[in-house]
Write a protein that binds this ligand. Structure first.
Ligand code: C5P
Length: 317
């Protein structure tokens, strides 16, 4: 196949992020409830002699273009498994905030995997794609699957969740990103400093909230707002105290819930409906507490091919 192939992949917000103790392997066990939302990156794979990466979008300058980029690593992993040369030009159109706690890097990896699989005709099974995703990063399997899901283990062991409706969100994008490992380290440091301890022996096993799962199932935004939680939020606020102003501005603007998205620094605000989201967004934009404001909704499907060449396999989200 020689025509370029494009994959479109959503961002995520964690409506619950329960973080267990630090494991011997450096990760934390999670009860991680993901919701895919309608901000998307697009990854195009075009034939090339070697692996090449280009990025466009407002934050493109912050994206590494070498082989540390997760999209490049995904292409290399697929090529290696199938014993082929990783000849591909990957072009990423970035709309998901970079290092923002919305799984933008993970989205690019999942997109690169799908697009390269179609371009190279490697015909990887769904199980194989999920396995490669999990090897590359804890959030990447969810970028492939989308919708709503509970992530256990370090977040990679997914159970799809039913949702009874669409939830309306506003995202406040911060100036600059936060490093996920640094936020987890700060979470451990705060736990140690409180005297409770940070290891798996000290911290209760993370469990999904039954009220939260029921709110998702019912499509009930008010009930979901009452149940959202993020154990990484104190750590993100400790590293970036100004986020407290952003969260307060959203709450004052009438958001049903205000929380840091994943490891931050993007802040997420749940609204009652589309109109409520517009009102929250307008006030947030006027508050001067963030760099940009985005309105969207979820759940939305996971990674999918949008510009498949004839004969390419379309992948369900
Ligand atoms: O899996 P991923 O590469 O995205 O993780 C990045 C870093 O975030 C890990 O190296 C680890 O420091 C932290 N992390 C963690 N526990 C998880 C997921 C990530 O401590 N469940």
């Amino acid at each position: 196949m020689t025509r370029p192939v494009t994959a479109r992949v959503p961002a995520k917000v964690n409506v619950q992020l329960a973080v267990g103790g630090l494991r011997p392997d450096g990760f934390h066990d999670l009860a991680n409830v993901f919701l895919a939302v309608g901000l998307h990156d697009e990854v195009t794979a075009a034939p090339a002699d070697t692996l090449r990466l280009t990025v466009e979008g407002a934050d493109a300058g912050q994206v590494p273009l070498d082989r540390t980029n997760l999209a490049a690593r995904a292409a290399l992993a697929l090529a290696e498994r199938h014993g082929i040369a990783p000849g591909v030009h990957l072009h990423i159109v970035k709309d998901i905030p970079v290092a923002g706690g919305m799984a933008g890097g993970s989205a690019d990896a999942a997109g690169a995997l799908l697009a390269c699989d179609a371009l190279w005709g490697t015909k990887a099974t769904r199980a194989e794609l999920l396995e490669i995703c999990a090897e590359l990063g804890s959030d990447i399997p969810f970028s492939l699957v989308g919708g709503a899901a509970l992530g256990r283990g370090r977040g990679e062991l997914l159970t799809p969740l039913e949702t009874g409706g669409t939830f309306h969100w506003v995202f406040a994008v911060a100036e600059g990103g936060l490093s996920t490992p640094a936020v987890y380290r700060e979470c451990d440091r705060l736990r140690e400093a409180s005297g409770a301890g940070a290891s798996s022996a000290d911290v209760p096993d993370p469990e999904p909230s039954p009220a939260l799962l029921e709110a998702l199932r019912a499509g009930d935004a008010t009930a979901l707002a009452a149940a959202v939680s993020n154990d990484l939020q104190p750590a993100a606020l400790s590293l970036r105290p100004a986020l407290a102003d952003t969260l307060r501005a959203g709450a004052d603007a009438g958001a049903l819930a205000s929380l840091v998205s994943g490891s931050g620094p993007t802040c997420a605000f749940l609204a009652k409906d589309a109109e409520g989201a517009r009102a929250v967004a307008d006030e947030l934009a006027a508050s001067g507490t963030c760099r940009a404001v985005r309105i969207t909704s979820g759940p939305v499907p996971g990674a999918r091919l949008v510009d498949a060449a004839p004969g390419a396999r379309l992948v369900d989200g």
